[in-house]
Design a protein around this ligand. Structure first.
Ligand code: NIG
Ligand code: FE
Length: 396
């Protein structure tokens, strides 16, 4: 059994507030953390640290759980920089560009797609992301969705079938047939490589009936439910997600009181909501749209996660620190709320209790900052503050 001691930790964010100490982030000071076989084995005062085979000296800096990015679209080809430039000159975002990326993705080889997924996964890892959910959704044929998920599954266990991203051009005048394809042969080919199913429930994409039909088929095939909901305008996505027991409803930019009440009604005995609201401020940044009202959700007791939505159209960033800084500055989350949402919140959105937290038994996924406190992540935006990342206890 190999062991590693992370020593001289000035501030440790555990997300495990034992007896309410250290606030909601369970912050502990002047501690060490022992890793054995990729898991956290012990956390305690530095002076009591046990011997270990190897040692990593945190030099008095802050150590946090690795970020859990619970929403990313990494399997695609090409980019849409020109579309971004047009938006910055005043064009609105409609999601219409998705079909451009579908064309490029279908034309790409497996190796080209694989290289992009790995490049973005590595980029995210360097910025502290140790768990990343990856969606399909730019293939939209049976073969292209299946290969997208197979390539995603090579680098992540959190893979999501998003065959219902938009209706592809060849089905534009017969969307019911496309829903039949998604629920039938496409789901059958995708499910072996996927843990989740997702639908873009939005005007111009999939309506309530189509969304319910697709999510229900996915559930019957053993997949967990997540929904792209209420991004571009009000709609049925959030309430449908709650009705179907979704782990997360994502975007949540345009919510009614009924939507917020529905999310709050999923509250569990542990104080979290079974359905998490995942907010994606990179999308509002890149589409120059109003940010979601995080305070309204938090004040209603809804569990909130932060994620990147990394994709070539609406949010081409893999940076959780950037999204966290946006959430603090633009969405009035406190730095502690944003750090929690980007780590433990993402884990809840993926129904995981082994990541996003640093306590004995959890995966030893963590980052050492070039800073004395987690506050610096939002306080020093745009600065490369992630000094070292450990994944499964292995320095990356
Ligand atoms: O989550 N909204 C739907 N899907 C992506 C955007 C996809 C694209 O524009 O290529 C999103 O923002
Ligand atoms: Fe998305």
């Amino acid at each position: 059994m190999s062991s590693l001691l992370v020593d001289d930790i000035g501030e440790l964010v555990t997300n495990d507030p034992v007896g309410g100490e250290g606030g909601p982030l369970g912050v502990r000071r002047d501690v060490a953390l022992l890793v054995e076989d990729g898991r956290v084995a012990w956390v305690g005062p530095a002076r009591d640290a046990p011997a270990a085979d190897r040692r990593v000296d945190a030099g008095g800096a802050a150590v946090l759980p690795g970020f859990v990015d619970s929403h990313a679209h990494l399997v695609f080809a090409g980019d849409r920089a020109a579309e971004f430039a047009a938006r910055m000159a005043g064009q609105p975002y409609t999601g219409g560009g998705i079909r451009t990326t579908v064309g490029a993705t279908r034309a790409a080889s497996d190796d080209e797609l694989r290289a992009t997924v790995r490049r973005l996964r590595d980029e995210a890892l360097r910025q502290g992301t140790t768990t990343i959910e990856i969606k399909s959704g730019y293939g939209l044929t049976v073969a292209d969705e299946a290969r997208s998920l197979a390539i995603a599954a090579e680098v992540s266990e959190e893979t999501t079938f998003l065959g219902a991203h938009v209706v592809p051009a060849e089905y534009a005048d017969r969307p019911d047939d496309y829903v039949g394809l998604v629920c039938g042969p496409m789901l059958a080919a995708a499910a072996p490589h996927a843990r989740w199913i997702d639908v873009f429930c939005e005007r111009g994409a999939f309506d309530a009936d189509h969304t319910r039909a697709i999510l229900t088929c996915g559930q019957a095939a053993g997949l967990g439910v997540r929904v792209h909901a209420n991004q571009l305008g009000p709609g049925p996505g959030v309430q449908l997600g709650v009705e179907l027991g979704a782990a997360s409803v994502d975007h949540c930019t345009h919510l009614t009181d009924t939507d917020v009440d529905a999310l709050a009604s999923t509250r569990l005995d542990n104080g979290h909501t079974a359905t998490v609201a995942t907010l994606l401020p990179g999308a509002e940044f890149s589409t120059r749209s109003p940010y979601p009202d995080a305070r309204r959700l938090l004040d209603a007791g809804v569990t909130v996660a932060l994620a990147t939505d990394c994709n070539p159209g609406s949010s081409y960033t893999s940076s959780m620190p950037f999204c966290l800084a946006l959430a603090v500055r633009e969405m009035r989350m406190t730095p502690a709320e944003a750090v929690w949402a980007a780590t433990a919140g993402g884990a809840r959105a993926l129904r995981r209790d082994d990541v996003g937290v640093l306590r004995p038994g959890a995966r030893a996924d963590l980052m050492i900052l070039d800073a004395p406190s987690h506050l610096h992540l939002a306080y020093r935006p745009g600065v490369p503050l992630i000094r070292q990342v450990l994944r499964n206890g292995v320095p990356q």
